[in-house]
Design a protein around this ligand. Structure first.
Ligand code: SD4
Length: 302
């Protein structure tokens, strides 16, 4: 259990994201503001090739971003396959707060972002372009489905994934955010779990919140984050709930699951948290009053 407020995030880069979220939480700010501020850190990080600005492109060389956000009232907003805008999490929040809709996709999302004052930017960095051209030499689509996981397992420079963040503020309210450039070298137009409420992220202020990282197709198929929250509602500890959701993925597609990574991260209303992944190598960051840079190794099935 963690004292409140608290913020938790996926992967090692969650530490820096949590630090930005903590600036909001420590002043008694709202969890929603905290997760937006936090998610913007990896989105802006040029060394991070799986979230925001420097994200790897799709197989056509186009960077398309996915993100969603959800607050303590069950309000939510999302953008999918959006181009040219570096902070999809902020656009997702604007969809939530300024439109009657939950989700905007593609060009409509970009137009909406520009109308609301965000700048159009070229998101493909020279490093990302180089990696894409390298990939083009073989341009094998099939193995690419697992590319982040395989590279993650090797622990090389591609060791970055989606950021999912969950925060509880000093009033006890929960919000979450999830943002990514998706699987590297995906098909153009491919949308993963990260912008899909219930798949990449879910928050129920009575129960807790959950988020996911890894191969989004398997998370969507199992409505992963919603499942984790529902299991917590039935009394599962966050770690048990994440483990059960991972097991469902394995049970449904055992052959697929053995070669891919999916990880879930969850927190309940009391501030108890936990995570579980299919494969080794998943990590998450925790930040509260006592300590701002805790990094925990996620448990895994394999
Ligand atoms: C997706 N879940 O688009 C994201 C990407 C990710 O490790 O987390 N990759 O499927």
């Amino acid at each position: 259990t963690s004292s409140l407020p608290v913020v938790i995030s996926t992967w090692d880069f969650g530490i820096a994201a949590n630090a930005a979220a903590w600036e909001v939480l420590k002043k008694g700010g709202r969890a929603l503001d905290a997760v937006e501020a936090g998610a913007k850190i990896p989105e802006a990080d040029l060394k991070n090739h799986s979230v925001g600005r420097a994200g790897y492109p799709d197989r056509d060389g186009i960077v398309t971003l996915d993100a969603c956000i959800m607050d303590e009232f069950g309000n939510c907003g999302s953008v999918a396959a959006m181009e040219d805008i570096a902070h999809p999490i902020s656009v997702a929040r604007m969809v939530m707060e300024k439109t009657p809709h939950v989700m905007l996709a593609g060009d409509g999302a970009r137009q909406f972002a520009i109308q609301n004052g965000l700048h159009k930017e070229h998101l493909l960095t020279p490093e990302s372009e180089k990696a894409w051209k390298e990939w083009l030499k073989k341009a094998e689509y099939k193995p690419v489905i697992n590319i982040e996981n395989q590279q993650h397992m090797r622990g090389d420079k591609y060791n970055h994934d989606t950021i999912g963040m969950l925060a509880i503020d000093s009033k006890g309210n929960i919000s979450g955010a999830c943002t990514t450039s998706g699987m590297a070298f995906k098909m153009h137009g491919r949308v993963g779990d990260s912008p899909i409420i219930g798949a990449g992220l879910y928050v129920d202020n009575e129960v807790g919140g959950a988020t996911s990282t890894g191969v989004g197709e398997e998370v969507i198929r199992n409505v992963g984050s919603f499942l984790v929250v529902e299991l917590m509602r039935r009394g599962y500890h966050p770690e048990e709930a994440c483990r059960e959701a991972v097991n469902r993925i394995i049970k449904k597609k055992p052959q697929t699951a053995k070669d891919i990574q999916v990880g879930f991260l969850a927190i309940n209303k009391k501030g108890e948290y936990g995570a579980y992944a299919i494969q080794k190598g998943f990590s998450f960051a925790v930040c509260n009053k006592e300590k701002q840079d805790i990094l925990i190794k996620g448990k895994s099935i394999y």
